[in-house]
Design a protein around this ligand. Structure first.
Ligand SMILES: [Zn+2]
Ligand SMILES: [Zn+2]
Length: 141
């Protein structure tokens, strides 16, 4: 489980006020080894959170660079906690995501950088998503 120190420090670093909901949402994302959808976060936290507050919190976190969206070929938007170095100002997803076709979990492979891509003239990328699919470590055991 993520320590309460780490949660406090992360919120402080991003200049966010500490509220029970923010702490609970961040804790849930930090404790998960794979990305979670809004519904999954809601289920894990339980009844003390209302949906509007949850989505507002996710939006705030995303804008502050604490979490990032994980895009998948389905319409489900999932979120994952960013690694420590991320800041709101230089937020550009830089790592590969991996979707397990067996357990359906999507992992952030923070240690695997997205390879450099050379674009044709006058094309300027603003976001990038790099998704690989296959079988995860858990499912191979
Ligand atoms: Zn799996
Ligand atoms: Zn990620």
């Amino acid at each position: 489980m993520a320590s309460s120190d780490r949660i406090s420090q992360t919120l402080v670093r991003h200049e966010l006020r500490q509220t029970p909901v923010r702490r609970a949402v961040l804790q849930t994302l930090l404790d998960s080894s794979f990305a979670l959808s809004g519904n999954e976060i809601e289920q894990k936290i339980g009844s003390e959170i209302d949906r509007i507050t949850l989505y507002r919190t996710l939006k705030t976190f995303e804008e502050s660079g604490l979490i990032h969206r994980v895009i998948d070929t389905s319409d489900t938007v999932r979120y994952a906690a960013c690694s420590i170095e991320c800041s709101a100002h230089e937020h550009f997803d830089n790592h590969v995501h991996f979707k397990c076709t067996n357990c359906q979990h999507i992992y952030c492979l923070n240690q695997v950088a997205i390879p450099a891509v050379t674009l044709p003239a006058k094309f300027e990328a603003k976001t990038r998503d790099y998704l690989l699919a296959g079988v995860c470590r858990e499912c191979q055991e």
